[in-house]
Structures are given as C-alpha cells and as structure tokens.
Design a protein around this ligand. Sequence first.
Ligand code: HEC
Ligand code: HEC
Length: 273
Amino acid sequence: MRKQTGFFLAIVMALSVLGYAFSANPSEAAASSKTFEPPGKGDYPPGPLGALVKQGEEIFTNTREAVPGYRGNALTCASCHLDQGRKPYAAPMWGAYPMYPMVDPKTRKTVWLEDRIRMCFRNALNAAPPDKETVQALDAYIFWLSRGAPIGHELKGRGYVTIASPDRETGFFRGPGHLRSPDTLKGFGLYAKSCASCHGRSGQGGLHRSPPLWGPSSYTMKSGFASVPLLAEFLRRNMPPGEDRQLTDQESLDIAAYVDSQPRPRGKVPPGN
Ligand code: HEC
Ligand code: HEC
C-alpha cells in the first residue's frame, strides 16, 4: 500500500513537472498548431442571409459610415478584432460565437453575444447604444464567420495569448521570475521605436490607416484595453503588424503601461444604472 502511494506520488510529481514545462511558454506552444479557419472572404451564403452578413461585415469594418446616425469615436470593430474579426489571438469572432450565452463567474449574470457587442459599442467605440438592426446584422456576420465551429467548445486562438500579469493590488509580479512590473518610462522609449511610425508620437494615428491610441477619439477607460495586462496580451501577438516584428512579454507590458497612462474618455454609464 505504502509503495503504491509512493509510486502514485511520483507520477503526480512527474506530471506536474511536465505540465510546467508545457505551460512555461504558452504563447509559443499555441503558435505551433493550427487554428480554426473561417469561410473565405466573399464566400457569403445565398439570398437574404447573405445580404445581412454583408451588411454586418460593412458595420464591422466601416462602423462610422455603415451605422445610421453613428456617434462614436474614430475606431471600428476591426481596429481591434483584426483582419475583420478573423485573426487568431486578436479576439476573433469565431472564437466568441460558440461560447455564448455564458455565466460571468464574478457577477453570476448570464451574458449573451449581443451583450458583448453592445459592451464594445459603449466602451471601445464610446458610442450610443446600437439599434436592433445593427446588432442583428453584426450577429449574422459573426454567425457566418463561425460556420463549422463546435458549439460550447473553446477554440484555440480565442481571445489573446496569455502572459503573466502583475498582482492587481501591489503591482508586483508573482509569476515567472523573468518578468518585472510594467515600466511606463521604458514603454515611452519602446513606443517611439516601434509604434510612433504609424500611430504618431502624439498617439493620434493617421499614418498607414492606423487609429488613435489615446485622446478624445480613442477607446474609453471602461474598455478592456484600459487594463494594462489585457492590452499587453493584444500587443504581444498583434502590434506592430507582421509576424517578424513581435514584441516580448516585457516589452508588451511596458508599452501597454505607457499607452494606458495617457488621457482618454471616461466612458458612458450603461443604460439602466
Ligand atoms: C478598442 C478595441 C475594441 C474595439 C474597437 C471593439 N472591441 Fe470587441 N473586444 C475588445 C476587448 C478588449 C474584448 C475582450 C476580450 C477578452 O476578454 O479576451 C472584446 C470582446 C469582444 C467580444 C467577445 C469575444 C469573446 O471571445 O468572448 C465580441 C463578440 C466583440 N468584442 C465584438 C465587438 C464588436 C461587434 C465591435 C464593434 C461594434 C467591437 N467588438 C469593437 C476590444 C474592442
Ligand atoms: C505599420 C503600422 C503600425 C505600427 C508600427 C503599429 N501599429 Fe497599431 N495599428 C495599426 C493599424 C493599421 C491598426 C488598425 C487595425 C488594422 O487595420 O489592422 C492598429 C491598431 C492598433 C490598436 C487597436 C486600435 C486602437 O487604436 O486602439 C492598438 C491598441 C495598437 N494598434 C497599438 C500599437 C502599439 C502599442 C504599437 C507599437 C508596439 C503599434 N500599434 C504599432 C498600425 C500599426
């Protein structure tokens, strides 16, 4: 009996060491295998559904022009959900669709896909609540992008890559020793080197069709990107654009701290509060 327990313990220990080895560099591990492929661009369904999907795609990529009476900032959905919501690890829409409705573990409230769409309208686009037609067209577009995805299954490439984040209360890392707390000043230097060529030194965008990163036309303090760890996870795989110029975890955190130290709109109070 004692011998068996010892053997069992040894296996558990071996497994946890292996587990550590695999999780030590999750971004690299995830990058090596294939991710879900949404339908080809322009491969719309026939008839009225196709028309609705096209309308949703137009809203997703051209929000300002496509939504009647739109009053929001300079961003579109595709400014953050890259490649028209198709790119893995840039919170792709095919990763989201199969996961809703879900229960938020903190508030214990049921969250629908439509709620997420409205949240991004309010917090990311700083816009008034969209009308029913707008939400339905976006819903149809997201449905089409997810054609063939298994429902209720979290697909590889959903959301962003994970990088260790500092303790919320103290700001210090408790994770792997190679990371230190985000350094805004270092972020400033790195920003000038890797980002300013498109987004500008003053963060107002404009070059190479880049959107603003702070100021009155940017995302609000209530957006997910206003959180340094989350913005860092977006940057890690997505900015600057192109596979060959990826930032390290530390650079992503430092730059995110700099970008999020800049002024931006406070954000609207959700209706009903
Ligand atoms: C400023 C950047 C930004 C813009 C613009 C933006 N979003 Fe988002 N969106 C986010 C962030 C950040 C998240 C949270 C991702 C996470 O928690 O992993 C998110 C999450 C989502 C999700 C849920 C994703 C999931 O996997 O559960 C959906 C759906 C979504 N957005 C749709 C939209 C739509 C539609 C628009 C345009 C109306 C839009 N977003 C505009 C940043 C943005
Ligand atoms: C070659 C030009 C280029 C460079 C360099 C670049 N970006 Fe971007 N960035 C873009 C474009 C273009 C978009 C809009 C998404 C798209 O069209 O694919 C974008 C989108 C973004 C977004 C989401 C939308 C928004 O405005 O909030 C953030 C955040 C961002 N970039 C941050 C950065 C940071 C930080 C760096 C430096 C590490 C950087 N970018 C480097 C071109 C660039």
